[in-house]
Ligand binder design. Sequence first.
Ligand SMILES: Nc1ncnc2c1ncn2[C@@H]1O[C@H](COP(=O)(O)OP(=O)(O)OP(=O)(O)O)[C@@H](O)[C@H]1O
Length: 651
Amino acid sequence: MAEHSTTRRRLGIRTNAAALANWYRIRPYATGVLAAAGIALLLAWPDIIAFYSWQSTYYVKLFTAAAVSATLVVSLNLSMGYGGLMSMMHTGLLAVGAYATGSAAVKAGWSPWLGIPLSAAAAAAVAAVVVLASSRAATLYFGMITLAADLLLIEAAQSWDPVTGGVNGLTDIPAPSAMSTDAFYYLALGVLALACVVQRNLVRSGTGRAAMAVRESPETAAALGIRPWTAKLRIFTLSGALAGLAGGLYASANTYVSPGTGALDNGLVLFVGLMIGGIGTLTGPVLGVATATAIDYYTRDQGHYRTLVLGVVLLIAMIVMPRGIVGTWRATPLGRRVTAPPPDSVPRAAVPESIRAAAASAEPGVPALRAAGLHKSFGNVVALDEVGITVAAGRIHALIGPNGSGKSTLIDCLTRFHRPDAGQVFVDGQPAPSGPAAVGRRGVTRVFQVPHLFEDVSVLDNVLTGMRGRERQTWLTALLRTPGFRDEDRTQRAEAGELLAFAGLAGREEWSADALSHGQKRLLEVVRAVAARPRVLILDEPATGLTDAEVEALGGLLRALRDRGLALLLVEHNVAFVMDVCDVVTVLDAGRVIAEGTPEEVRADPAVLAAYLGAADSQAAVSAEPRQAREAREATRATEAREPTEPAEAP
Ligand SMILES: Nc1ncnc2c1ncn2[C@@H]1O[C@H](COP(=O)(O)OP(=O)(O)OP(=O)(O)O)[C@@H](O)[C@H]1O
């Protein structure tokens, strides 16, 4: 009996699995049919509603207003969802666009057609100025700055009478070519479609990936050569341009604009739409606005309670489905895009041919990276004292020493994450630039001591982000998806696929990086750094927590990189691994270099034995891993054993 029920259970599981597999097969067609039906409904809306209602103009205008709102929410999603830039000024940017169109038409007598691009340009300029003024502001402060900017914009609208019409605003703003209600509806739909395409193309390009990388970790992005500030400037300016476009349409649709247009409380419905639909997803904003518009429509007769209803709906939505409609759907088995990983997931032995170093810019013989006389103190603690190091191309250079001896501080000074108190750093014989992103772009990339992945981004996008510094295409070619852009994109994806297969991550491309085990994260971080094709690769304890197979693959990768001309600087407590792969070893103790030489020389050095490797039995000490590292490794393995096997996908 028990056997029977077990069999039934198994059969049940199989039936579910088979049904799911069938669903995954037909899902693209089902979503395609659903999307086509939605688009057909929107296109036929004026005819359908004219057939059913004598108030058809009202309903067409309602949909026009929804399309304008959806355009604005797409723009907000670009900034907040993908760029991680909290914006409280999108209604202000809408107002800027509306005033640009209104003023051009009413005050200057220009064609409203001209007003539309003008509105995008004006709002983009305002957005760019705000980023310029808040270059170093983190999320919350950036949000506060945008709030202040919104208030300033409203004040400017009230005071700049000749252009904005003062407190009364501008009235009688015409639609382009005196369009009919239906024609204007199609124009608004076209602009919404354009905004969706812009969003999709950006998100799937290096420009979008750079913004997401900065959202996840500005310092990791900088280590890959991405300037956080430039990434923010691009994404927020483009978001501003879309908000301005929405504003241009808003002015013509309503025939007026006033300072109140920019008020923050007008943005409530936008935030509700974004959060209900799913922030940081492509279709979420449109679905969210459709939902918010429906709520707004059905509560139109209860004017006093509208805000209350929106607030309650938002609250319930955030409790029940904090990831919004799209995010929640994707978290269900039916909506999940990723399937189980292939059984073969061990790292490969053969290192892909595409892995190589960037061409050297210096004369032969000039070291790839050199530091001299580095001194760094933290208060009374002297972390580095007159430290010098020379890392040559085609060499694996190890940096070892007891805990607290200054290894990470040295790496931070070499990569400009710390500014040394004294001393110099040279990259390819030239003084190193002053910022980490600039050092990254000069070909010096690092892997951090603890995994610094872009956790909420897919595994594939993590690797593609590593290639950002090598990209030749611009944000404009990405928006237009020119043949040149598509060629580069194809090549990058193929190369990333090879790297992931090498790291044993084939089949996990669409997984969210935070779903990987610790060892997989380490390897992903290494291949992401390799994807940048650096001249110098600095790795801070990359072998910590790796399985034996992963350590072997890592060793193979480092040797292959050395043979292909890279300079490698390796900080590692796994001494057996260090002695096996390295050509040169520098030993630090209490912030000073106490020895440098080949592994054999260092192994025999009495000072090194006394400070780090242990004098009692040098041979045993050499192969022994320090206790702290061993404990960390065991702890990581224990965590790995507890980790869920269910894949999670990137948003
Ligand atoms: N941001 C900081 N503020 C204050 N002290 C610091 C800071 N960073 C490092 N130190 C100190 O500088 C010294 C060198 O630290 P560092 O992290 O460079 O050593 P390490 O050799 O990398 O150690 P480990 O092997 O444990 O990573 C230590 O005494 C540490 O406490």
